[in-house]
Design a protein around this ligand. Structure first.
Ligand code: PAZ
Length: 324
């Protein structure tokens, strides 16, 4: 099976803000300026790969910022380095909405992995990859070039939570006709709180005025309209991040029950790279890397993605049975 994918990339509450519904949110906030251009790219991408009989996966990844001023100098960010989405996009499915780390180049962009440390300047002025790094870089480069040649990866950026939500709504609606063949892999860390533009100060907040007290409104729970209206037949996987191990499974199950999608993958901040829990309607298996796998730099996404592809296959088969 070949697939194609997209990939994408804020919190503080010190008061009680308003709660609005998703429609009001979209009516009272401005879409990103690049939305029409991004929609065009996504339509072309979806049409091309759909015609070629490839499955399409929307991967969202990275944090979402919440500006504190209309002329933004300061903002709050939700934690995410963007590793989950960027890494997942390199395994058997590839696609996205993004900021921060990107697939393939992520191996050479961390502060501990600066690409300049992998190359050397020769006496004749040529620049070469240091020989010990060639095998790994060659293998990543081959995969990257293949994906590029096939146009199997579309990168779309977002920064603020508003950018993210407008893009998410547009992309899922463009993918709606793919029905059960579309997968939504929602790993972005989406802020739960924001300050509406009309309640935000115009200019940089001045520290001369003393401490800062913020009142934020709640970002509406967009998973509800996504599951019910934007992508009602799609295979939808969301992630849930917690820091308290005693809350993880309960909070993940609450999300699954509330929104009615297929899987919530629960993970803890401290162990997210070694362990996740798949919460489905009738099970909650843990997926863990062994000590040996950790020592061999195996990435947990190399297990998550094939498992999801298998479950998506079953989802498609069941939908086709129901339709026949
Ligand atoms: O990008 P990263 O690898 O640093 O972190 C990934 C993650 C923990 C943000 C992701 O797996 C996740 O749980 N996303 C959902 C976050 C949330 O509950 O809003």
């Amino acid at each position: 099976m070949s697939t194609a994918s997209f990939f994408s990339k804020g919190l503080l509450d010190s008061g009680i803000g308003e709660v609005i519904n998703p429609d009001t949110y979209f009516q009272t906030n401005l879409p990103p300026r690049t939305l029409p251009e991004d929609e065009k790219k996504v339509k072309e991408f979806v049409n091309k790969h759909n015609k070629a009989g490839r499955r399409i996966v929307l991967i969202t990844s990275g944090g979402t910022t919440v500006p504190l001023e209309n002329n933004t100098v300061r903002f709050l960010d939700n934690f995410s380095a963007g590793t989950r989405g960027a890494t997942s996009a390199e395994y058997p499915f590839n696609s996205f909405l993004q900021f921060s780390l990107q697939p393939y180049s992520r191996h050479y962009t961390h502060s501990t992995n600066c690409f300049l440390d992998f190359i050397e300047l020769k006496n004749d002025g040529h620049i070469e990859v240091i020989s010990q790094y060639v095998p790994k870089m060659k293998s990543i480069l081959e995969k990257y070039q293949k994906v590029k040649q096939e146009g199997a990866l579309l990168l779309i950026s977002f920064v603020t939570v508003a950018d993210y939500l407008f893009l998410l709504r547009s992309v899922t609606q463009i993918m709606k006709d793919l029905n059960e063949h579309a997968m939504y892999y929602l790993a972005a860390a989406v802020s739960d709180f924001f300050i509406p533009s009309q309640k935000m100060v115009q200019h940089k907040i001045q520290s001369a005025d003393g401490g800062l007290t913020l009142t934020m409104d709640q970002v509406p729970k967009f998973l509800k309209p996504l599951v019910t209206n934007w992508a009602p037949k799609g295979f939808i996987v969301s992630f849930k991040l917690e820091t308290d191990p005693f809350l993880l499974v309960d909070k993940s199950r609450q999300a699954l029950t509330k929104y009615g999608h297929q899987i919530v993958i629960g993970n803890l901040l401290t162990t997210r790279k070694q362990e996740v829990t798949f919460i489905t309607k009738d099970s909650e298996p843990k997926m863990q890397l062994t000590e040996e796998e950790i020592n061999n730099n195996i990435e947990i996404e190399s297990k998550i993605v094939p498992e999801l592809v298998k479950r998506h296959d079953e989802w498609i088969k069941n939908a086709q049975k129901e339709n026949s």
